[in-house]
Design a protein around this ligand. Structure first.
Ligand SMILES: [Zn+2]
Ligand SMILES: [Zn+2]
Length: 92
């Protein structure tokens, strides 16, 4: 059994299943699932994507499972921590 997580496509806040079902995000007031996100992997046009986050939990875009495994530039093991530190925001 996998626990499925839902994120608002507008503000990326995590939503409960009930909130997704109600079709209104309580965080931004927009429809949480209306837009379709195509995979951002190179040459990939899959619509079966998930919002992905880097090692710091920052949203990096939507990638399908395959690209997340093989074609994802922000994974922990390949991440440029020095560059990432430059854009970290203290008040986040
Ligand atoms: Zn939202
Ligand atoms: Zn892909």
């Amino acid at each position: 059994m996998e626990t499925q997580e839902f994120h608002c496509i507008n503000c990326d806040e995590m939503l409960t299943f009930e909130e997704v079902s109600s079709q209104t995000c309580p965080h931004c007031g927009e429809h949480p699932t209306m837009r379709t996100f195509y995979c951002q992997g190179n040459g990939c046009h899959s619509k079966d994507t998930q919002p992905r986050h880097d090692a710091y939990g920052l949203f990096t875009g939507h990638y399908c499972d395959d690209c997340y495994e093989n074609n994802y530039p922000y994974r922990k093991d390949r991440y440029d921590y020095a560059a990432a530190g430059e854009r970290m925001d203290d008040d986040y």
